[in-house]
Design a protein around this ligand. Structure first.
Ligand code: GTP
Ligand code: MG
Length: 345
């Protein structure tokens, strides 16, 4: 396919939060697939990337997202594990993100990895919203599948509404204790100054339309300029994982956040000892709306453009490091590109 020389890339959204607060379930709900069932044990051990195109977002969000109001192509979600031992995976996901969703269980409230995630977001200056998840577990909750929050809130009894409000205000108070001015998202005027809290249920889908609408709106309003990239330019990305892949040897899963990557490119990848210079053998793409880390049947593609998650097969990737930069050489001096990668390590 053909592209304009400059175009708008997909914003990268990191999903962060304490263990079991519902990050994967939320993405699962959005994807409508059952990744959660393919997970080993209860904890997510790897970062995955999932692209959700604007038309899919719009069909989930209904009247809250009119595709004609947006020119960003969709959202690229990166799931991260909440278990305490995966700090580096979380920082990597957080640092890579343009924008983030901090998932907090409404019953469980702020927990150690919630605070850790806030710290990562603050340090990387990543704008974020809070998804106050599991609202369906408020005692007496009357579920309205996939409903926007406003409608389902109106359909609750006074007692249930009071209970939910209490939990939400506790979260807002916790955010304030950490130095963030926050409010329920529909009261927030300026999302750069205030953190919006969106009540959701990953189980029933309630509030998910709102969550998607807020993420799209925020990206379009505050990040459009940063999303303008030279799509045809040499690709730039970050390694998420180094993995053995049957028939391909060591491969890297990466998130490409600028330019294009082609199947005949030479790339420079950060390695344990020195930058690795290698020729791409294959670009392996999961089918749309499927999770890169559970997808076993990849499609070979000739070219991918930012932002996307892609698996790259190439010789000598054994020493590549997760979190390291990846840069396409294309028609530039190889030594210059190696120097750029060294600078970023
Ligand atoms: P880690 O990846 O281990 O950090 O956890 P996670 O944040 O991805 O949580 P996950 O999505 O795996 O959900 C943990 C548990 O909470 C699962 O049993 C989910 O079914 C349940 N859960 C998640 N969201 C909701 C929700 O909105 N309502 C209810 N009732 N249960 C939920
Ligand atoms: Mg998970």
């Amino acid at each position: 396919d053909t592209h304009d020389p400059t175009s708008l890339r997909t914003p990268i959204v990191a999903v962060l939060g304490h263990v079991d607060h519902g990050k994967t379930s939320l993405l699962d709900k959005i994807r409508g697939s059952a990744v959660i069932e393919g997970e080993a044990g209860a904890i997510t051990q790897h970062i995955g990337a999932t692209a959700v195109p604007l038309d899919v977002i719009s069909s989930i969000a209904g009247e809250l997202v009119d595709p004609d109001d947006f020119d960003l192509p969709g959202l690229l979600f990166i799931d991260t594990p909440g278990h305490h031992s995966f700090t580096t995976l979380r920082s990597r996901g957080g640092a890579l993100a343009d924008i983030a969703i901090l998932v907090v269980d409404v019953n469980d409230g702020f927990q150690p990895q919630t605070l850790e995630a806030l710290d990562i977001l603050q340090r990387s200056q990543t704008p974020f919203i809070v998804a106050a998840n599991k609202i369906d577990t408020v005692p007496g909750w009357n579920a309205n599948e996939d409903s926007p929050i406003n409608a389902t809130y109106e359909a609750q009894s006074d007692r249930v509404r009071e209970r939910l409000d209490e939990s939400l205000y506790e979260i807002i108070g916790n955010l304030s204790d950490e130095g963030f001015s926050a409010d329920l998202y529909w009261r927030v005027q300026n999302f750069q100054r205030n953190v919006g809290v969106v009540p959701v249920s990953a189980m029933t889908g309630e509030g998910v339309p709102d969550l998607l609408a807020v993420m799209m709106g925020l990206s379009q309003r505050y990040m459009k300029e940063e999303m303008e990239i030279d799509v045809a330019g040499p690709g730039v990305g970050t390694v998420l994982e180094v993995k053995e892949e049957k028939g391909f040897g060591k491969t890297v899963d990466l998130v490409l956040y600028d330019g294009t990557l082609r199947a005949d490119d030479t790339i420079v990848v950060g390695g344990t000892n020195e930058p690795i210079v290698t020729d791409v053998r294959a670009l392996l793409q999961p089918r749309p709306l499927e999770e890169i880390r559970t997808e076993s049947r990849f499609e070979k593609v000739d070219e991918v453009s930012a932002a996307t998650g892609i698996k790259v097969a190439a010789p000598d990737l054994g020493d590549a490091i997760a979190g390291a930069p990846v840069r396409v050489v294309r028609d530039r001096e190889r030594a210059d590109v190696i120097a750029e990668v060294e600078d970023e390590l």
